[in-house]
Design a binder for this molecule. Structure first.
Ligand code: BGC
Length: 759
C-alpha cells in the first residue's frame, strides 16, 4: 500500500455476495451454504395476515376472480372498478387514476382499492440513462438515485407498483431489450437489482414516495433464440440457476413483493405456465409471498392459434387448447394476476365448478394480491395528494442528479493520444450527426412519461460547455443514413472547425421491446459519414448513442477517441459535454461484451471452458476460420483520462473452510495527474469441479475515486457461497479444491492469487 492509502470496505458487494445463491439443496461434497437454503423473506406480518383473511372471508368467488384481473388503461371502465377489478396498468393521468380509485373504494361492494402499475424503467418524468448505461457505472448508488426519484414521481400520481427492475441477464446484443437490463453478468445484475428494489420500496412501500417493485421477466427471457424478441429459450437447469436467476433472487431478497412471468417458453414450458419457476423456485424455495402477474396477454398466448383458437386474439404457445385451458394452466402453475387477457374472469368460475382450479389456489392468489395492497397502505391511503405532484416531480435537484448519473454511466472505449478531453478554450467545434440534435433519442426506449422537450441535445450541451466557441452543426445524414447527400456539408463544417464531434448510433426505437436487429452495425452509411469526416484531416472524436453493444471494428480503426454514451436521459447532452471537455473524468465500464462481428454472438466473458479452447493458430479447436477468439471490447473495459495501477493482490487466508471467509485485498493507485475513478474488479475461477466452470466470473467490484498519486486498498470478502455453483439437479455445490482469483480493471485482469476450499 502506498503512503496515504486507505481501506475501502466493500459493503454493497459483500451484501450482494451473500444474496447471489438462488436456492436449492447443498450437495454433501462440500461446505454448507446457508444462503442457498434460507428463504428470502422473514415472517409475515400477523396484522396484515388477519386483515387479508377477514376480507377474503367476505368475498364471493366472482369478487375473488375480479381481484386476479389486471386491465390496461385502454380497457378499464368504471364498471370494472365497481365490480372490484384488481389492478390497472399504464394509466398515468392523476385525475383518471383518482377517479377510478374513487369508484373502486366508494362504489364497489367491498371497497378494495385498485393497484395502479406502470413501467418505470429508468425514470418516470425525469428520464435517467437506460439501465444498461446505469449498469456501466458499476455503482449501485447510480441505480439508487434513479429509483429514489423515479419512485417518488411515480407514487405522486397515485401509481403504487412499477414493472421494474428489468433483471434479465442477456448475452444477446441483437435483442432490443438488452437496453432495459444490467447486461450479461449475474453478479453485477444482482447488485443493481437489489439497489433498484431497495431504493424504490424503501423501508416500507406504504410511504407516499415509494412503490412496490416487480422484477421481470421470470425467467430467462434475455436469451431468445436468434435474438428475436419473445422467442424460445432453452437451457440446462444449472445455467438457469447460475446465470439467469441470481438477479431475481437478489431482487426478491431485497424485498420485491411482485414479479412478472415472461412471454418466452423456457425449455419447452412457457414462463407463465411454468410451475417450476413460479411455484417450486419462487414461492417454494425462496419463500416469496407476494404475487406474480402475467406479462401482457401472456395467459392468452398459451393457447393454440387458429384453427384450434377460432376466437382469434393472442395465441401461439399451443400448450392450452382454449381460454379456459389457458387460465387453468397459468393459475395452477402460479400466476396470480392476469394482465389484459381475461381468461381468469371469464372462465375462473367454470374451472372451479369443474374441479380444474381449486378454490384453495384461487384463495392463495387473492391473498397474495391483497397482502401487497395492505402492505402498500392502499386501504388507509388510496389516493395520492394531487397538490404534491408538482413539488415532487423533476425538481432542479432531480435534473442535477440526472446529469451526474448520466456522466457516471458513460464509458470511454478508446482514447488514443489523449484525443480527449477537448480543450475548453477551443475556438470552434463542428457537431455532426442526426443524434447530436435529437431530443427524443437520448431518452431511449421505455422512457416513461419523460418528454423530449426536457432533454438537452448533445449540440446544446456542447454550446453551453464552450460558450465562447463557434459551434456549427451539420446533420450529415439521418439515423438510418441511407443517403450521403449531406456528407459534403458535414465535411465542410469539419474542415472549418478546430475539432469535430461526430455523434453516431441508433435511434431510441431501435432498441426496447420488439426491436431486435439481425445486424448490430451502425445503421446505413454512418461509417461512411465518419470516413468523410476523417478525410478532412482535421481532429475529431466519436460519441455513440445506442441501446445495445454494436460492432465497431471500423469505428475503432478510424476514430482516435470513442465515448459510449448509451441513451443518457434528459441530461445526456450536458453529461456528454461534461466528459468531452474534461469537467468529468469518465469512469464507467462495459457491463456487456462488444463483439467484432455479429457472427461471434453469443460472446461473453464468463463462458464455460471447452475441451478445445479457442486458438486461431491451430486447427482442431473451438474457433472461427475468419474471426478472432476475443471480442473488440471486453466486459469490464473502460478508460479514464488518468491511469491506474492495480497491484498487490493478497489474501487473508490460504484456505476456506465451510464456515470461514477469505478476504482478498488489492491496492489501486492513480498514477496520472488528474483525479479519476477506477472500478476495481475481482473475478474467480474454479479450475477443477464436477461440472465445467466459467473461465472466470465476477465476484466483487468497487468504484473508487482517487486523487493524483493517491492509493486505496479495496477488500472483497469471499464466502463459501460465492465459490459454489448449481448442478443440473438444482443442488448448490461447494466443492473442495483450488480457487483462482483475478483482480484488475476489466475481465482480462491478470493479477492472480489462489486459495484452497477445504471440507
Ligand atoms: C412488456 C412488459 C411490460 C408490459 C406492460 C409488455 O409488453 O413485455 O415488460 O411490463 O408490457 O407494459
Amino acid at each position: 500500500m502506498g503512503t496515504g492509502g486507505r481501506r475501502v470496505v466493500l459493503a454493497a458487494a459483500v451484501a450482494a455476495l451473500s444474496s447471489i445463491a438462488v436456492g436449492g439443496v447443498v450437495a454433501g461434497t462440500g461446505a454448507t451454504d446457508d444462503a442457498a437454503l434460507r428463504p428470502a423473506r422473514g415472517k409475515p406480518d400477523g396484522a396484515v395476515e388477519r386483515r387479508v383473511d377477514a376480507l377474503l372471508a367476505k368475498m364471493t368467488l366472482r369478487e375473488k376472480l375480479a381481484q386476479l384481473q389486471l386491465l390496461a388503461d385502454n380497457q378499464v371502465t368504471d364498471e370494472d372498478a365497481r365490480n372490484g377489478v384488481g389492478a390497472v396498468l399504464s394509466l398515468t393521468d392523476p385525475e383518471k387514476i383518482a377517479h377510478l380509485q374513487r369508484v373502486a373504494v366508494t362504489e364497489s361492494r367491498l371497497k378494495i382499492p385498485l393497484l395502479f402499475a406502470y413501467d418505470t424503467i429508468h425514470g418516470f418524468r425525469t428520464t435517467f440513462p437506460i439501465p444498461l448505461a446505469e449498469a456501466s457505472s458499476f455503482d449501485p448508488d447510480v441505480a439508487t438515485t434513479d429509483l429514489t426519484i423515479a419512485a417518488r414521481e411515480t407514487a405522486a400520481v397515485g401509481i403504487k407498483q412499477i414493472y421494474s427492475p428489468m433483471v434479465d441477464v442477456s448475452h444477446e446484443p441483437r435483442w432490443g431489450r438488452i437496453a432495459e437490463g444490467a447486461g450479461e453478468d449475474p453478479y453485477l445484475g444482482s447488485v443493481m437489482a437489489a439497489a433498484r428494489v431497495k431504493a424504490a420500496q424503501g423501508a416500507s412501500y406504504a410511504a407516499d414516495d415509494k412503490v412496490v417493485t416487480s422484477p421481470k421477466h421470470l425467467a430467462a427471457y434475455g436469451q431468445p433464440e436468434g435474438g428475436r424478441d419473445y422467442n424460445t429459450t432453452d437451457m440446462s437447469e444449472s445455467r438457469l440457476l447460475n446465470l439467469y436467476l441470481p438477479p431475481f433472487k437478489a431482487a426478491i431478497d431485497a424485498g420485491a413483493d411482485t414479479t412478472m412471468c415472461g412471454f418466452n417458453a423456457l425449455s419447452g414450458v412457457p414462463a407463465c405456465a411454468n410451475d417450476h419457476l413460479m411455484t417450486d423456485i419462487l414461492k417454494g424455495r425462496w419463500g416469496f409471498d407476494g404475487f406474480v402477474e402475467s406479462d401482457y396477454t401472456a395467459v392468452a398466448e398459451l393457447r393454440a392459434c387458429p384453427p384450434r383458437n377460432p376466437d382469434e386474439g393472442p395465441c401461439g404457445h399451443g400448450v392450452a387448447a382454449d381460454g379456459p385451458d389457458a387460465a387453468r394452466i397459468a393459475f395452477n402453475a402460479g400466476v396470480d394476476s392476469e394482465m389484459v387477457s381475461k381468461n381468469i374472469t371469464d372462465f375462473g368460475a367454470q374451472l372451479v365448478a369443474q374441479g380444474k382450479l381449486s378454490i384453495r389456489r384461487i384463495d392463495d392468489a387473492v391473498r397474495r394480491v391483497l397482502r401487497v395492497k395492505f402492505r402498500a397502505g392502499l386501504f388507509e391511503h388510496p389516493y395520492a395528494d394531487a397538490s404534491q405532484i408538482a413539488p415532487r416531480t423533476m425538481t432542479p435537484d432531480d435534473v442535477a442528479a440526472a446529469r451526474r448519473v448520466a456522466a457516471r454511466s458513460m464509458v470511454l472505449l478508446k482514447n488514443e493520444g489523449n484525443a480527449l478531453p477537448l480543450s475548453g478554450d477551443v475556438g470552434s467545434v463542428a457537431v455532426v450527426g442526426a443524434l447530436a440534435n435529437s431530443q427524443k433519442d437520448p431518452l431511449g426506449p421505455w422512457s416513461g412519461v419523460g418528454k423530449p422537450e426536457d432533454a438537452v441535445t448533445v449540440l446544446d450541451g456542447i454550446k453551453a460547455a464552450v460558450p465562447n466557441a463557434t459551434v456549427t452543426y451539420a446533420e450529415g445524414c439521418d439515423v438510418p443514413c441511407e443517403s450521403d447527400a449531406g456528407f459534403a456539408a458535414a465535411a465542410a463544417a469539419a474542415s472549418a472547425a478546430q475539432v469535430t464531434v461526430v455523434v453516431l448510433g441508433e435511434s431510441a426505437d431501435m432498441s426496447g421491446e420488439a426491436a431486435s436487429r439481425s445486424s448490430i452495425d451502425l445503421p446505413g452509411r454512418q461509417e461512411a459519414l465518419l470516413q468523410a469526416i476523417k478525410a478532412t484531416g482535421k481532429p475529431f472524436v466519436v460519441v455513440l448513442m445506442n441501446g445495445r453493444p454494436l460492432t465497431l471494428d471500423d469505428v475503432d480503426a478510424t476514430a482516435p477517441a470513442i465515448l459510449e454514451s448509451w441513451f443518457g436521459g434528459i441530461q445526456a447532452g450536458n453529461a456528454i459535454a461534461d466528459i468531452l471537455f474534461g469537467k468529468v473524468n469518465p469512469g464507467g465500464k462495459l457491463p456487456v461484451t462488444f463483439p467484432h462481428n455479429v457472427g461471434q454472438v453469443p460472446i461473453y466473458y464468463n463462458h464455460e471452458q471447452t475441451g478445445r479452447p479457442c486458438n486461431t493458430e491451430e486447427k482442431y479447436n473451438s474457433r472461427y476460420l475468419d474471426l478472432p477468439c476475443t471480442p473488440l471490447y471486453a466486459f469490464g473495459h473502460g478508460l479514464s483520462y488518468t491511469t491506474f495501477q492495480i497491484a498487490n493482490l493478497r489474501l487473508s487466508a490460504k484456505t476456506m473452510k465451510p464456515s470461514s471467509s477469505v478476504l482478498a485485498s488489492v491496492d489501486v493507485r492513480n498514477a496520472g495527474s488528474r483525479a479519476g475513478d477506477e472500478v476495481v474488479q475481482l473475478y474467480l475461477h474454479d479450475p477443477v469441479a464436477s461440472m465445467t466452470q466459467p473461465v472466470r466470473r465476477l465476484r466483487g467490484f468497487q468504484r473508487v475515486t482517487l486523487q493524483p498519486g493517491e492509493t486505496k486498498t479495496v477488500s472483497f470478502r469471499i464466502d463459501p457461497g460465492d465459490v459454489g455453483f448449481y448442478d443440473n439437479a438444482g443442488r448448490f455445490r461447494v466443492e473442495p479444491g483450488t480457487i483462482h482469483l483475478y483482480a484488475g480493471s476489466d475481465s482480462t485482469a491478470e493479477l492472480t492469487a489462489s486459495f484452497e476450499v477445504t471440507q
